[in-house]
Design a protein around this ligand. Structure first.
Ligand code: PMP
Length: 436
């Protein structure tokens, strides 16, 4: 599979001068002779920030860089990294379904039937019967009139919030909301207010000052992705009703974890009829990639024709849609998985608390192990990796400076031995670094 590339001369204003070297698409050798850039990067004002960016290199120089670790196996309770087996405590695969044979078979069958891509947006040529089947299954699960799929959860938050919150409207969000919610709010033409984490009195006070007739959307994570705590949704819905505001809940970390059959935060609290919009993602419990918004049929139809991240982006690939559908069926038909996830969570949580770690206000399988020091957090992450345990270091901007933590996420498929091994290693490294 070789083809010719065009070699561009620096002096010839990007005109083709000669066919030359063979290009191998799988080779890692980059031929930079086809660059039109006649100036060195640092002299271009727009690129100066990239050349002045040192944070990643500082971590690399200190031997503490923890990102983009390359995994050469399936995402499971154990993964292969650099030829070594490492215990995975940093995955969002809460139900442990990413390597499930039935889901892999469903994805393969979808590739055989539909091919590998949809080559267009849902809006135009990219809607499959499979997408509609998945939307209907999700609508049944969350008790909504209608559901609309997007290609990622990030795109749901971008597209839905920016389509709904127009000029003169308001959107109000928790300060710990996921980055995709914050970006959706930034993109919206209306005014954006943030209230302190789970401070519903502050939310109420802010709403009090707004024009009672204006459009208002309150948007929150159901389960907060860094802290692992849950929004007090019944109280939030009461405040929303008082001020004529709509409620949107991001259930990325709640789906498969809380609520009836893992259906999320509103079900967990019994307030399904008081939440107007629920978003979720397939990239966590449902072992795939893609996202959805659930709401009433009229709102979903509006979003179908106004959410730009849906209309101008290609639809979920057939394999992703089939995998999410198969995972959803397993989630609902094997509720024992959720019970195992919670047993594992309790075992790990009790172990960490009895070792003396601070887990903040976590109430879910997301366990934030507060270290509250940047260097110690990254050193602990590196030492745990050396000891065979993968965890994620979390620092600014995901959490405020001084609130650095290691995030552990449990899976239904972790064994007691794996949890006890992790506890042993965390105790060893935590003592070594004076965290406990
Ligand atoms: N919301 C929350 C709370 C998330 O944690 C994430 C993913 N990290 C998203 C939205 C975006 O979902 P996706 O991975 O499907 O883009």
């Amino acid at each position: 599979m070789e083809r010719q590339i065009r070699v561009l001369s620096r002096n010839e204003d990007c005109k083709v001068v000669e066919p030359a070297v063979a290009w191998n698409p799988v080779s890692s050798v980059v031929d930079d002779r086809n660059s039109c850039d006649t100036q060195a990067g640092p002299s271009l004002p727009i690129l100066r920030k990239a050349h002045a960016f040192t944070r990643a290199n500082q971590l690399r120089d200190a031997g503490l860089y923890p990102y983009f670790r390359s995994i050469s196996s399936a995402q499971d309770t154990e993964v292969m990294i650099d030829g070594r087996r490492v215990l995975m405590l940093g995955s969002n695969s809460y139900l442990g379904l990413t390597n499930h044979p039935k889901i892999k078979e469903a994805a393969s069958a979808a590739v055989a039937k539909y091919g590998t891509g949809c080559a267009g947006s849902r809006f135009l040529n990219g809607t499959l019967d499979l997408h509609i089947e998945l939307e209907q299954a999700l609508a049944r699960l969350v008790g909504a009139e209608a559901v609309l799929l997007f290609s990622t959860g990030f795109q749901v938050n971008l597209g839905v919030i920016s389509a709904l919150v127009g000029r003169g409207d308001y959107v109000l969000g928790d300060k710990s909301n996921h980055a995709s919610i914050a970006e959706g709010c930034n993109l919206a033409a209306g005014s954006f207010y943030r209230f302190p984490h789970r401070d519903l009195a502050a939310l109420d006070a802010r709403l009090e000052k707004l024009d009672p007739a204006a459009g208002k959307l309150i948007v929150v994570d159901g389960v907060f992705s860094m802290e692992g705590d849950i929004i007090p949704l019944p109280e939030l819905c009461r405040i929303a009703r008082k001020h004529n505001a709509a409620v949107m809940v991001d259930d990325a970390h709640a789906l498969g974890v809380i609520g009836r059959f893992g259906s999320g935060t509103a079900s967990h609290f019994g307030v399904t009829d008081q939440v107007q919009l629920t978003m979720g993602t397939f990239s966590k419990s449902l072992a795939s990639l893609g996202g959805y918004i659930a709401s009433d049929a009229v709102t979903i139809d509006f979003l179908r024709h106004n959410a730009r991240s849906l209309m101008f982006s290609a639809s979920m690939s057939p394999a992703n849609a089939a995998a999410a559908l198969a995972a959803l069926e397993i989630m609902v038909s094997e509720p024992d998985r959720i019970a195992r996830l919670w047993n594992n969570t309790h075992r790990m949580k009790q172990g960490l608390l009895s070792l003396g770690f601070d887990l903040g206000a976590s109430e879910t399988p997301i366990l934030p192990l507060y270290v509250r020091d940047f260097l110690t957090t990254f050193t602990m992450c590196k030492r745990l990796h050396e000891e065979g345990v993968f965890v994620n270091p979390i620092a600014s901007p995901a959490v405020p400076v001084g609130q650095e933590l290691l995030r552990l996420s449990l899976m239904a498929t972790h064994t007691d031995q794996q949890i006890d091994f992790t506890l042993e290693k965390i105790a060893k490294v935590g003592r070594e670094l004076g965290v406990i």
